[in-house]
Design a protein around this ligand. Structure first.
Ligand SMILES: NC(=O)c1ccc[n+]([C@@H]2O[C@H](COP(=O)([O-])OP(=O)(O)OC[C@H]3O[C@@H](n4cnc5c(N)ncnc54)[C@H](OP(=O)(O)O)[C@@H]3O)[C@@H](O)[C@H]2O)c1
Length: 306
């Protein structure tokens, strides 16, 4: 994908959007957004992706139109990585339809999951269902959802990877009580990616999982950087500290996302977003620079003092 600056501004991004992105930084356009490398391949991906656990809607226009608008804006902003799962109700089919309608499949990096433990045939069947729903032969990233059935699923996923039908494989979690088991699987399996929850509010992943991922050369997708949205309620209208602008944060969402992806082991974050203005706001975190270790400690101290 190559959206140049003219196409970017022509895309109808008004003053409000540009302000949300951090003013002049946004004028640099998507080609200047921050990207990080996938350790197993060196492929560069934007540090902001799209979480779609709220895309499991019905077939009505009323339900789908706002999601289509958000997805279109995500693409326009230069976003590529989209995370879904068979467990998110109709999310895979909704995405398959919307991506086809927008004609943007070739620009995207689609990640989905397996969650069955009925053996190789069961996993095989689920992979085929995902291909059909997402309307795609090739899936960029296949992850075992919350480790469910990982022993049976990983060998099948590896076969598909060798055949070129899946590019990367990984495992996911979003619960600290699963970290011990998660760590064991990370130690014994060669994986391209892990996906884990990590936020200013829940930092436990940084104790062991994130350093281990760095040691093992695994990419890290951060989920729930907003605690599912709960953190916004907790911080309310509290102003950001003035120094947040030093590393390009002009909203709480940008402050939270830059903290999460600022961890050296993190590759990208996939905020859930169903609203256009949230896409605009969150892409602000993909511009400017990420906080360094000292600034991230300041962020923690500030957050803990609220
Ligand atoms: N175990 C797993 O594999 C696992 C578990 C959990 C999540 N995930 C993945 O991670 C993704 C992210 O997790 P999540 O969606 O639960 O939590 P999240 O990203 O922490 O929070 C999403 C919530 O934040 C709101 N939001 C987004 N941008 C905002 C902004 N700029 N300002 C204010 N509110 C904003 C969203 O609202 P709107 O929707 O209204 O835009 C939504 O209500 C999921 O969608 C899913 O793909 C994976």
């Amino acid at each position: 994908m190559n959206i140049n600056r003219r196409a970017f501004t022509k895309a109808g991004l008004g003053v409000a959007s540009l302000a949300a992105l951090g003013g002049t930084q946004a004028l640099a356009g998507p080609e200047h957004m921050i990207r990080k490398a996938i350790p197993s391949s060196g492929e560069m991906v934007p540090i902001i992706g799209l979480g779609t656990n709220r895309y499991g809607v019905d077939t009505s226009d009323a339900a789908r139109a706002p999601l289509k608008a958000a997805l279109e804006r995500f693409h326009m902003m230069g976003g590529t990585v989209i995370d879904t799962a068979p467990g998110y109700r109709t999310s895979e089919s909704v995405l398959g339809d919307l991506i086809a309608e927008l004609g943007i499949r070739d620009d995207l990096f689609v990640a989905t999951k397996t969650d069955r433990s009925g053996g190789p045939e069961d996993t095989q069947a689920q992979l085929q269902e995902s291909q059909a729903k997402l309307k795609t032969e090739k899936i960029e990233l296949m992850q075992v959802h919350n480790l469910r059935g990982w022993k049976e699923a990983l060998p099948v996923m590896r076969e598909w990877q060798q055949e070129g039908r899946i590019r990367y494989i990984g495992i996911t979690t979003s619960r600290a009580r699963q970290y011990e088991d998660f760590e064991k699987v990370m130690k014994q399996e060669d994986l391209d990616f892990i996906q884990v929850n990590y936020s200013l509010e829940q930092r436990e992943a940084a104790d062991r999982l994130l350093p281990l991922a760095a040691d093992r050369g695994m990419g890290v997708i951060i989920n729930r950087a907003f605690g599912g949205g709960r953190i916004f309620n907790a911080v309310g209208n509290q102003p950001l500290p003035a120094w947040a602008e030093d590393f390009g944060c002009y909203s709480w969402a940008q402050f939270l996302l830059k903290y999460a992806v600022g961890h050296p082991a993190a590759t990208l974050s996939i905020p859930g977003m169903t609203k256009l203005h949230h896409v605009d706001d969150n892409f602000g975190a993909a511009h400017g620079r990420l906080p360094d270790a000292k600034e991230r400690r300041l962020q923690e101290k500030f957050f803990d003092s609220l």
